[in-house]
Design a protein around this ligand. Structure first.
Ligand SMILES: Cc1cc2nc3c(=O)[nH]c(=O)nc-3n(C[C@H](O)[C@H](O)[C@H](O)COP(=O)(O)OP(=O)(O)OC[C@H]3O[C@@H](n4cnc5c(N)ncnc54)[C@H](O)[C@@H]3O)c2cc1C
Length: 1001
């Protein structure tokens, strides 16, 4: 049959389908009920929709009357201003405004619970089984799923698994009494399908599932899926592995393949594939080929996919290729394409068509008929609580329909509920268009391949011309994050680490005035996870060499100053391209020299690239003299000049990003740099030499002088020829530099300018309505990512009394699931700290903390290397040392606050003001935090590390620094002096007339 014949059959079938259900509406769109009204209001009013769905999300946490009343007011305003759909219930009760909102509370509570019940088949096993039995009586089979979204610990993963095992035990006995559906004899539904059918969310079976540790994640998930599978097989049931976000897709496919090979003869093991993923055509073809090769029967449930918004937002945030189709009809067309592929392979692949879209369903029915696929090789599935007319229609036509029935507690259920609400109210939703908007049937049934082509053309016509940034460059965009969903990115790390390892132990010279300079004094730099491994042996500059470097910088300065800013910017752009080409190798150096985890190392390199790209563009902007003032007969030019020789003193914790960031800012502004890397990361410092050298930076503009301790540092700071000092490091050294630099030495021409970033004692506040599924992993990551050795790291978590116990229990349980070990192994969450000195200091602080408070968790550590345990200490008060002093390591102080005001007060109670975080779903509390939590970088409902250039310019005030923001629009100004030239343009009473637009006010 050709395409157009098939398409006409599909349309005819679709029309018949519509006619059989004409006049019926899914209960979700029934405007006679509260839920239908909310859906209707949400579709008409985007702001209400956002508030309503956010309220539904926070609702399970509102465990007291006051919390509920406050949130209703904060989300929807005063009762008199509320949309009628919310206040109607209370109005009907004639009690609006009475009892301090108690009636409204009750009305909303009842209605939201009712709404959740619409989609959830029961809150416990007994109720779920009872309701599923009812469904069976109406002719519907079920696939049951235990609600459980974010699993944060091994204990939670066990609970999730055990719930399945208990459920299966109950179903084993119950199923014996069930009459098979659609079959006159035997024990199987429709003569071929197991009566018990369960679906599992694989990431709920392992809390640290992460493509960075691909193998570890596969093995851990498989270990629990296998136990469930055995129980399913034991009762001759069906097990389907659900598909979740794209991040875990390849892990899940691999789990399925391995499971299948463990039970090669058992046919009832299925996997979900999502048609909205661009990868799926290939994934499906690969899976079918694999099944054929291994002679196994597989089963695929094809869905379009439930996380479309999440996937697009996440990809855009990280500058990854968007993994989903972006035109809805492309997903529909992909679905039909893939459905055909499965049906053509029906001898080895059973098919579950999961869709509520009548066009999609009709297409599958017609393709199956055309390909003569036997009934026992495919079935239809829809979600419980949705599309009742569609499911009735399918039951009538195909006879084989299964409802996907989630069950369990409301709290994990809310994530599921919000996804369903979004799905049904999305503009593109087939159900919305068919049943809420009565779109034309012809349009709804159109071949999606045709719709997609038309929309592509329309989209291309609307495409805006490419935006231009400064100097005609592409506008600044953050470098893409590493994408571990890509096998090539995963493979690159071990390869580059091995490659770098072959180069370990080399000798590194200084670099002064464009020449390599060797000294007899050398210092080894070692791998902190394995101190016997020498990463490099670095020549150390003494005061003589530093003096030479300052002289080289000074003599290069006039020419460099007079080089046009746009030309200086070009060197940075070249350097960025070099770093980009070497990104994995540069990351590998960081893994070995300072113990960064793969993702942390890569993020450091991309941040370095961002600084180069960003400052290049900023300098092009600033390099243009600006005309100011508008008086006639007068010409005022405002422009910037570099300061001279800049000493750049870099830390070890962001060895490339901060080092290159400070140096490139100084350089592009026209200064010449004497760069002192940390002794712990001097080989990475040498990477900078390589990059600038290859970029062709003139001799003397960048000089590399690693050197020992304070003698050499002081010499550099005190030099009368140094005009600017850019420093990032500890408060003690920062203050010392500021003090020393204030002294004017003989021959000094400039007052020294200090750009200084120092420490922090950063807090994250956990409000009483916080989403703990989000807060716990983010706090863990903020506190222990790169061993807590970031100035932005969370070192205090201030938890409101109402959620303290729950939060701590989940935080420590998640911590227990993590491993500490060499960071080159991606299974390790935490690695070694910088060196033996850091190790000693951190351990001392941990001991102080244990005395001041009580130990909540302490991890095991390997014996070799500079490892300290992940340490969580409770019972800490603001006056404790552990709450005031910067530790710079993996020690987290936990404080219990009585309310949000106290939490903010404690948040502000240290001498630092660098980063802070708040997890809250109270709009008023978030506003209060914006106003009163006075830190340089405040993060609401996310982790408080990982600031991005241009998006989160970074830096603090008070004792955290002098208030400059790296990666922000003001940063370069610190490296230059502004000048103004005023010319009197009047000659003998005659002044040139200036065009209006020449003047800059
Ligand atoms: C039995 C069953 C099991 C399920 N299991 C899973 C699962 O394991 N994993 C999972 O992710 N989902 C699962 N789902 C949910 C499923 O993904 C959604 O219900 C489905 O996408 C809705 O598609 P539709 O054909 O019913 O509706 P339609 O309205 O035709 O399609 C809506 C879908 O189109 C896609 N879409 C929307 N906008 C765009 C756009 N601009 N560009 C491209 N595509 C777009 C989205 O996938 C959206 O959900 C399951 C659904 C069922 C019925």
């Amino acid at each position: 049959m050709n395409n157009s014949e098939l398409n006409s059959k599909v349309i005819t079938r679709g029309k018949e389908f519509f006619s059989t259900i004409s006049g019926e509406k899914p209960s979700l769109f029934n405007k006679g009920a509260w839920m239908g009204k909310v859906m209707d209001w949400s579709m008409k009013n985007e702001t209400f929709k956002i508030q309503m769905f956010r309220f539904v999300d926070v609702f399970p946490s509102l465990t007291t009357g006051k919390l509920l009343t406050d949130h209703i007011r904060e989300y929807f305003g005063e009762e008199k201003d509320m949309p009628p759909v919310l206040s109607t219930g209370a109005k009907v009760a004639g009690m609006l405004g009475s009892f301090g909102g108690a009636v409204l509370n009750k009305v909303l509570t009842t209605n939201i619970q009712e709404m959740a019940r619409q989609f959830i088949v029961g809150e416990n096993t007994k109720e779920a089984i009872k309701n599923m039995e009812k469904l069976r009586k109406d002719g519907f089979a079920f696939v049951v799923d235990v609600l459980g979204e974010a699993t944060l610990s091994e204990a939670e993963a066990d609970i999730y698994m055990n719930t399945y095992l208990e459920l299966l035990d109950s179903l084993k006995t119950e199923q014996q009494d069930w009459k098979p559906l659609g079959a006159s004899s035997g024990s199987l539904d429709w003569g071929h399908a197991p009566k018990v059918n369960v679906a599992v969310k694989p990431t709920a079976l392992f809390c640290l599932a992460n493509p960075q540790d691909f193998e570890g994640s596969v093995v851990a998930i498989l270990n629990r899926v296998r136990i469930i599978a055995k129980r399913v097989i034991d009762l001759n049931g069906f097990l389907c592995i659900d598909m979740e976000s794209y991040r875990h897709k390849d892990i899940i496919i691999e789990v399925y393949r391995r499971l299948k090979l463990e039970f090669p003869d058992y046919p009832h093991l299925g996997l979900v594939l999502q048609a909205y993923l661009v990868d799926t055509d290939k994934d499906l073809a690969d899976l079918l080929a694999w099944a054929r090769q291994n002679k196994v029967q597989i089963s695929i449930r094809l869905v379009k996919g439930a996380y479309w918004d999440y996937e697009t937002v996440k990809a855009k945030q990280n500058d990854w290729k968007i993994p989903v189709w972006t035109i809805k009809a492309e997903s529909d067309a992909a679905y039909e394409r893939q459905a055909r592929m499965i049906l053509e392979n029906s001898d080895i692949c059973h098919f579950a068509c999961a869709s509520h879209n009548i066009r999609t369903i009709s297409a599958v029915m017609e393709m199956a008929r055309e390909l003569k696929v036997a009934d026992d090789r495919y079935e239809f599935q829809v979600l419980y609580g949705m599309a009742e007319p569609v499911r009735k229609g399918i039951l009538k036509v195909a006879g084989r329909i299964r409802l996907y029935c989630p069950y369990g507690d409301m709290v994990p259920g809310m994530g599921y509920l919000v996804r369903r609400l979004l799905e049904n109210t999305a503009n593109e939703s087939f159900l919305r268009q068919s049943f809420a908007e009565d779109a034309q049937i012809e349009r709804l049934l159109e071949d999606p391949a045709v719709t997609a082509e038309r929309e592509k053309v329309a989209r291309a016509a609307k495409q805006k011309p490419e935006e231009k940034g400064p100097g005609g460059l592409k506008p600044f965009f953050n470098e893409a994050m590493v994408d571990f969903t890509r096998a090539d990115h995963r493979a690159e790390f071990p390869k580059q680490i091995a490659e770098v390892r072959r180069q370990l132990g080399r000798n590194y010279p200084l670099f002064i005035g464009g020449k390599e300079v060797k000294t007899s004094d050398t210092l080894p730099s070692v791998n902190p996870s394995k101190p016997s491994e020498v990463v490099g042996v670095i020549c150390q500059a003494g005061t003589r060499e530093v003096g030479d470097a300052i002289a080289a910088a000074k003599s290069a300065f006039p020419a460099w100053r007079d080089t046009a800013p746009a030309e200086r910017a070009q060197y940075l752009l070249k350097a960025a391209a070099i770093a980009r080409r070497r990104v994995f190798e540069l990351s590998a150096w960081q893994v070995l020299e300072i113990g960064k985890q793969w993702d942390q190392a890569y993020a450091d390199v991309t941040e370095a690239i961002d600084f180069l790209e960003y400052y290049a563009r900023e300098m092009i902007k600033l390099g243009q003299p600006r005309r100011i003032g508008n008086a006639p007969g007068e010409l005022n030019h405002y422009f910037y000049e570099p300061k001279g020789v800049a000493a750049v003193i870099a830390p070890w914790n962001f060895p490339l990003a901060i080092g290159l960031g400070m140096a490139s800012a100084a350089i592009v502004a026209g200064n010449c740099v004497v760069f002192k890397p940390s002794g712990l990361t001097s080989v990475i410092g040498w990477n900078m030499v390589e990059i600038f050298r290859e970029a062709g930076l003139p001799a003397g503009v960048f000089n590399y002088t690693p050197g020992r301790g304070s003698v050499m540092g002081d010499f550099l700071v005190d030099s009368p020829d140094v005009s600017l000092i850019a420093f990032t490091g500890s408060m003690e050294i920062g203050l010392r530099i500021i003090e020393r630099a204030a002294k004017v030495h003989p021959g000094q021409e400039n007052v020294k300018k200090i750009v200084c970033e120092m420490g922090g004692k950063n807090a994250i506040i956990i409000d009483d309505d916080a989403d703990l599924d989000e807060a716990v992993p983010h706090v863990l990551y903020s506190a222990f990512g790169f061993q807590g050795q970031k100035c932005s790291a969370c070192s205090r978590v201030i938890v409101l009394d109402a959620v303290y116990d729950k939060f701590i229990e989940r935080l420590t349980s998640m911590a227990k699931a993590t491993l500490v070990g060499p960071s080159e192994d991606p299974a390790n969450y935490m690695g070694a700290v910088a060196d033996d000195k850091a190790m000693k200091t951190i351990l001392e602080y941990a001991a102080i903390g244990k005395k001041e408070g009580h130990l909540l968790y302490e991890s095991q550590v390997p014996s070799d290397g500079y490892f300290v345990p992940m340490t969580i200490i409770g019972g800490i008060k603001p006056e404790h040392r552990i709450a005031q002093e910067e530790v710079f390591g993996p020690v987290l102080a936990v404080m219990r606050a009585k309310d949000f005001d106290q939490a903010i007060e404690w948040g502000n109670s240290t001498k630092f003001a660098l980063t802070g975080g708040v997890f809250s779903r109270s709009p008023e509390h978030l506003d209060k935090a914006r106003r009163e939590f006075r830190v340089g970088n405040l993060y609401l409902n996310r982790n408080n590390t990982g600031a991005l250039v241009g998006r989160q310019p970074f830096g603090g005030s008070r004792m955290s620094g002098v208030g400059t923001k790296a990666g922000g629009p003001d940063y370069l100004l610190h490296f230059m002096d502004p000048r103004v030239v005023t010319e009197n343009t009047m000659r003998r009473g005659f002044a040139p007339v200036e065009a209006d637009d020449d003047w800059v006010a």
